[in-house]
Design a protein around this ligand. Structure first.
Ligand SMILES: [Zn+2]
Length: 105
């Protein structure tokens, strides 16, 4: 777990004044959206409120996952998957692994 230390102090000095815990949460929040962007899953604010986002499901082009940055959680109702960014990374790895297996058949 790398979330216990802050490696980006210069990028968000202001949040440090609110305490160490807030700082670690801040990094986790940002990283889940950044990770979805890296996967080209097109995360966009859902419009309901500033903490609510949607993105393409890594398992399908035809439906969306929802992301709550406030709680650092995501979920897919179709795939019945949800969790934190760590769960998301694990699931994406599983999906990539399945694609590789398909390629060998
Ligand atoms: Zn899904």
């Amino acid at each position: 777990m790398s979330f216990f230390t802050c490696s980006k102090q210069s990028l968000h000095t202001n949040t440090h004044s609110l305490g160490f815990l807030y700082c670690t949460l801040y990094i986790v929040e940002k990283s889940i959206i950044k990770y979805l962007k890296k996967l080209k899953l097109n995360p966009t604010p859902s419009g309901h409120n500033k903490d609510s986002w949607i993105a393409k499901c890594p398992n399908s082009q035809n439906h969306f996952i929802t992301v709550t940055t406030l709680k650092d959680e995501w979920g897919c109702g179709y795939c019945r998957k949800k969790g934190t960014i760590l769960d998301l990374k694990k699931w994406v790895k599983e999906l990539e692994y399945l694609v590789i297996l398909d390629g060998f058949e």
